[in-house]
Design a protein around this ligand. Structure first.
Ligand code: NAG
Ligand code: NAG
Ligand code: NAG
Ligand code: NAG
Ligand code: NAG
Ligand code: NAG
Ligand code: NAG
Ligand code: NAG
Ligand code: NAG
Ligand code: NAG
Ligand code: NAG
Ligand code: NAG
Ligand code: CA
Length: 586
């Protein structure tokens, strides 16, 4: 009873602090009301003066909007006020467009959500398939920016090179971290003013995956804008991440063996079949890629026959060339290529330069192309890695390297170092001391698909370990893990691919309700001991699942119950010594 009355008092106090909005969306979703809610004079976003361009303001209510089938938020129907306008950096005469989706006044819950991009995009699109609905359905004003790159669909790579050798540094800093920071500070001002919040607490969140994950870290490492952030599969340690996309190509070139695409798919399928049950549950999901690394001897695949039908060129993600029908048996050279890819980049002295994908990931960087004239398999140059070297290192206005002639493992290392130095203060995004963010009370929910084929899962583990060891150097492993877990938690999502569920492991769950979980943590103190997830496909579609927090690993018993266990040998497979470098690599 006592408890009961105490919680009632808290509930009443909480609701008393919130505004009651009598107005309808039609009353306030107008150009004049939005205009009046925005700063009329030069305003400072942090230290940066900006001016809103009043003639740019566009506003319209959107009623009964429905969203469904998204990975990062549940299906929903909602109304929102669709606001778009531009501002200029005072004195620079540039133009940065932002868009904010505001919940109807009756649905607003004193929350703000900033969203980020993917690839070289700084937003995930500004329609229902982007990230903005994910905020509105939780009562948050949700914002996205065009970074000043010309339009919401123009990416950073289309504006960075003014002409060969001449770069636009302003756009680099905007992409690196500044645009999301400005989007956030402006969005907070606008939200408070639009909803007459006066002194009410506005909870601020960030959600993004891939480049959007890096965007999130770029903020946490520099600012204290947020109460909580969600960073999925971040594209950080940028030069390492981008150059490693070329590693699979260089493995093939070095070993002089270009596996037919179907041979690599057969190696993948055999890996999935052997490693699936190691986690205790035979469900087609490799929830323990670490046990897979420890126990699967891939030479058992040599000699197995494979078949694949012809497939047309695919220019989506990940891109693939046209492949003919393929029949054959797995060669020892094919297995060696696969093993070397998974082992990760070493220099010619045998010292480790970087880490790689987990077994169970498709070999997207290792795709090969078929020459119908010579009937031979050859390189299919990875587009991310190739663009990074051509555009961001060589500063050429092109998306591709013409070839990889003469490129060795040592060349990759050289490119990594060059990019590291060039972009250390903008794109690298691995600053490991998060004291200011932590002291401000901020929370971090970091997740990564365990079968990610585009950003190695171990890349996230490494950064989490860097933060743990830098911030808690005086504590034991267990003490520091516990202390860090109070505010920064990492989850590896079984079977998930890059920021999405995985057709190869359809029975894996996906953390669709991350923002709901983060809100519970920030606003109600509910620590996500395990991460809430949902089966979005497969045999258990619609069912709930829970995902273990690193360093604990999932293990199912004979009754099909999952435990999160501590397994030192498994953890060790995730930790790497980059002894090729004298400097620490966070
Ligand atoms: C916005 O407000 C300013 C100042 O009140 C006014 O001068 C301007 O005309 C308004 N613009 C629009 C588009 O309503
Ligand atoms: C939201 O506003 C933008 C800018 O005016 C417009 O292009 C877009 O079509 C609007 N979306 C909807 C659903 O009304
Ligand atoms: C929105 O849906 C409600 C309930 O179905 C309906 O009454 C209303 O007319 C719809 N409004 C618009 C603008 O479509
Ligand atoms: C600012 O930019 C606009 C549009 O790009 C251009 O018309 C104007 O001349 C510029 N003003 C200055 C002071 O450069
Ligand atoms: C904010 O206050 C103004 C002035 O009282 C009022 O016109 C407006 O409707 C209020 N806005 C909301 C969202 O309640
Ligand atoms: C691999 O497994 C998938 C089903 O997950 C199947 O469609 C494909 O044909 C298999 N590939 C080979 C080479 O056996
Ligand atoms: C894997 O199997 C091959 C062939 O049976 C054997 O030669 C090799 O030693 C095994 N490797 C390991 C690490 O056990
Ligand atoms: C590949 O094998 C299948 C049956 O396994 C057969 O139908 C097909 O003709 C073969 N294709 C080629 C190109 O050898
Ligand atoms: C395909 O092979 C032919 C014959 O060897 C060669 O002339 C041609 O350059 C090759 N094409 C590509 C794209 O490598
Ligand atoms: C810029 O470099 C690219 C790649 O080398 C080249 O194709 C292009 O012609 C160059 N542009 C100019 C204007 O020199
Ligand atoms: C370890 O360092 C942290 C942060 O500086 C400090 O709060 C804590 O008291 C220290 N713990 C011990 C056991 O010295
Ligand atoms: C957890 O996920 C289930 C669906 O699997 C959902 O119904 C529930 O609301 C989620 N919990 C939170 C806190 O979002
Ligand atoms: Ca399994």
């Amino acid at each position: 009873m006592r408890f009961h009355s105490v919680s009632w008092a808290l509930v009443l106090a909480a609701s008393a602090a919130r505004n009651v909005y009598a107005v309808s969306i039609y009353d306030v979703c107008t150009v004049s009301y939005v205009n009046a809610s925005l700063p009329q004079e030069v305003t400072y976003l942090g230290t940066t003066p900006v001016t809103i361009l009043p003639s740019s303001i566009q506003v319209n209510p959107v009623i009964n909007n429905t969203v469904s089938g998204a990975s990062f938020f549940p299906d929903a129907e909602f109304d929102y006020c669709n606001v778009t306008f531009a501002y200029t950096h005072t004195g620079r005469n540039d133009s940065v467009q932002v868009t904010y989706w505001l919940p109807a006044p009756t649905s607003f819950k004193n929350r703000y959500l900033a969203t980020g991009g993917g690839g070289y995009a700084i937003n995930s699109g500004i329609g229902n398939t982007g990230s903005l609905p994910g905020g509105v359905i939780y009562g948050a004003v949700a914002g996205a920016t065009d970074g000043g790159f010309g339009s919401f669909s123009n990416n950073f790579d289309s504006v960075y090179i003014i002409q060969n050798g001449t770069v636009d540094l302003e756009s680099l800093f905007m992409f690196g971290y500044q645009a999301i920071h400005e989007l956030t500070l402006l969005g907070q001002l606008f939200t408070q003013s639009f909803f007459n919040m006066s002194d009410d607490k506005l909870y601020s969140y960030y959600q993004g995956c891939s480049e959007g994950g890096r965007d999130g870290w770029s903020q946490v490492q520099r600012f204290t804008d947020f109460d909580g952030v969600i960073t999925g599969a971040p594209a950080f340690r940028f030069s390492f991440q981008q150059v490693q996309h070329l590693y699979s190509n260089i493995v093939q070139q070095t070993l002089d063996y270009y596996p037919p695409a179907c041979e690599l798919q057969k190696i993948l399928n055999e890996t999935l079949a052997f490693c699936d049950p190691l986690d205790g549950l035979t469900d087609g999901v490799v929830a323990r890629t670490d046990l897979c690394k420890l126990q699967f001897n891939t030479s058992s695949i040599v000699g197995k026959s494979y078949y694949c039908p012809a497939t047309p060129e695919f220019l989506g993600f990940p891109p693939a060339p046209a492949w003919p029908e393929q029949n054959g048996t797995v060669a020892a050279e094919g297995v060696e290529v696969a093993n070397t890819i998974i082992d990760g980049l070493h220099d010619t002295d045998g010292k480790r330069v970087y880490l790689s994908y987990q077994p169970s990931s498709i070999f997207a960087d290792g795709y090969t192309s078929y020459n119908t004239t010579s009937s031979e398999w050859g390189l299919y140059i990875n587009s991310f890695g190739s663009e990074f070297v051509a555009r961001y290192l060589e500063l050429l206005d092109t998306s591709t390297l013409p070839n990889l002639d003469g490129v060795t493992y040592d060349t990759l290392k050289k490119w990594i170092i060059e990019g590291w130095k060039k972009y250390e203060d903008t794109l690298q995004t691995t600053w490991p001391d998060l004291t200011e963010y932590h002291d401000s009370g901020g929370k971090i929910l970091h997740f990564h698909g365990e079968s990610d084929f585009s950003i190695p899962t171990a890349s996230s583990v490494r950064y989490h370990e860097s933060v743990r060891s830098i911030m808690y150097s005086n504590l034991t492993y267990n003490e520091s893990t516990e202390a860090l877990g109070d505010w920064y938690r990492l989850y590896l999502v079984p079977g998930a691919q890059h920021c999405a569920p995985n057709a190869y492991e359809p029975n894996g769950p996906f953390p669709q309700t991350n923002l709901g979980v983060l809100i519970e943590w920030v606003e109600n103190g509910v620590v996500p001991v395990t991460l809430n997830a949902t089966h979005l496909a497969g045999d258990k579609v619609g069912e709930n699942a829970q995902i273990c927090a690193w360093p604990l690993r999932p293990l199912w018993d004979v009754d099909g119950n999952m435990d999160c266990v501590f397994d030192q040998a498994s953890i060790d497979t995730w930790v790497y010594d980059f002894d090729s470098f004298k400097l620490p690599v966070y």
